[in-house]
Design a protein around this ligand. Sequence first.
Ligand SMILES: Nc1ncnc2c1ncn2[C@@H]1O[C@H](COP(=O)(O)OP(=O)(O)OP(=O)(O)O)[C@@H](O)[C@H]1O
Ligand SMILES: [Mg+2]
Length: 621
Amino acid sequence: MNKAPRLRRSASSPPPEGADAARERPVAASTEQAKDIARSSSRDAMRLLWRLAGPEWRSVAVGTAWLVLAALLDALGPLLGKHFIDEYLIPGRFDNLAAMGLLLAGIFISGSAASLVRYAQLARMAGIAKRAVLRLREQVYAHVLQLPMRFFDTQITGALVSRVTNDTEAVNQLYRQALYVMLDSTIVILGLLAAMAWLDWRLMLIVAVLAPAMVGIILVYQRLSSPAVAQARALKSDINAQLAENLAGMAVLQASGAAGRFGARFAAHNEQHYGARLKDLRANAWLLRPLLDFLNVLLMVALIQGFASRSMGAIEVGLLYAFLAYLARVTEPLINITLQFGQLQQSLIAAARVDVLLREPCPLPPQGDAPRMSAGHLQLDAVRAGYGDGPDVLQPLSIDIPPGSLIGLVGHTGSGKSTLLGLLLRFYAPRGGSIRVDGLDLAELAEGPLRLDLALVPQEPQLLAASCWDNLRMGRAELSEAQLVAAARAAHLHDVLAALPQGYDSLLGEGGIMLSTGQKQLLAMARALAGSPKILLLDEATANIDSATEIRLSEALAELRGRVTVIAVAHRLSTIRDADRILVLHHGQLVEQGPHEALMAIEGGVYQRLVQLQQLAGDEA
Ligand SMILES: Nc1ncnc2c1ncn2[C@@H]1O[C@H](COP(=O)(O)OP(=O)(O)OP(=O)(O)O)[C@@H](O)[C@H]1O
Ligand SMILES: [Mg+2]
């Protein structure tokens, strides 16, 4: 399948003609998505966060209990102070020094104990956050691996990477900072309110008016800054995406001299991101802060009014002290809560994005007891296929391929060859008709065995940054080393691998040994053969390789004859000249089929023309 190129193509195409174009085009899709997310799924995000923390509820409950204790200790200080002032200081009772000392020590100890308890709970929360995010990342990754191929047709690789890394990290921040601070601050405020109520509930009410006003301000702030925050995140993901694809395609970028233009586009993105962040910061600086300060002043005035309207006996100096102390303590957590709102919003939006990804439906292929193929007899009956809402790229197609036959698949570019292979690989479901293997519906074959029984040698094989063993095994744990070596031998690759510095243990791919394109092709062949497939699909496996490698591949194929059903897409027609049957696709239709000689005999036929064109090219070369 030409999967990898398609991903890159969709992301980088076509380079805009300058900075202005760059400014307009880039973010439409993801920013639209961001708006959707900001609008609708706060609640879904909450649900996701709830689900993630679920397994830790015991720890959360214990931590909350400790925080309540810390809040009580906090509230205790001013009470002791009031007692100290009213009972001892004002009346001038300095006779009971022990009791006074005890009170002062109590004030000190309650304060430090509260700090210690908080510190321990912060550490606990960090642990919970780490584990929750670990679970989230595992879930997201596992989910992405199972998504159907059509999902990736519409995705930009870097944006996906950003969701799995950045967005899940934001969720970590959420647990560790935002939620912790909000929980702690809320408990502290409640504790202080309770203590104030105990001292004088009417004065407490004055302070309590603050809460709804605060909520009002925060709601307004949220409404104003939410789109900006969502946009900033989407833009950040775009920036990541662009970086990822530019790094991946560096050779093309430099070779085509487009580095400058892409740089301008990147700068434009960055500027947009900065602008969006600035909008948010402005809302914070111009709205949130001044309003909060104003509230605080109002509160002071109200409290002093409240005291002034009471008879101010000497006995109440302690009470005044306690209230002022509580007031000082209550504003800090309130501000903390509001400060965390920015973080909370960012994280909720990130969580919503992750949630949207997790909700992407992935129809689970049949597992376990589902049947598996026995011989590799393929029957296609009136199969139609297409992508997205586009037109059919395969017209009703009916073919019967007996087990063990070697089938060539040819046709002009875009005629639907890879599409047909994609159907057989179950990457896409047919729009109509049926695909049967050994009389069983392809869709009902068990997934595990299918990936051994049906193998693909793609046009652009990918190396994993891992050992030769891992590269051959590709996660199929059931394959033994003996099987892997046998496959490497069958693909004529064994000598190459055995000659590497550490033999089969050598690291390949990025950071390891790079193989030539031809060697990679042989590796892909060995990979496919390792599972002892019943059906082998080759998508232009011989397109990029030299004649020597082609001969090796052809030999490997010849050895499979009669045992394995092989469908080989080939541009180089010489590779499939000996095929039992050659299928010729033209604009998604099967226009000719038969052995080479029969097809050559069709005057003016598509196959005959293809061969003639190739001979012409060959003669010129
Ligand atoms: N992922 C996709 N999304 C949308 N359209 C696609 C996708 N893949 C292929 N197509 C379209 O389907 C048609 C058939 O493409 P396909 O890749 O099957 O051609 P092909 O015969 O393999 O061509 P080539 O010889 O160049 O590899 C083309 O018109 C192509 O644009
Ligand atoms: Mg193709």
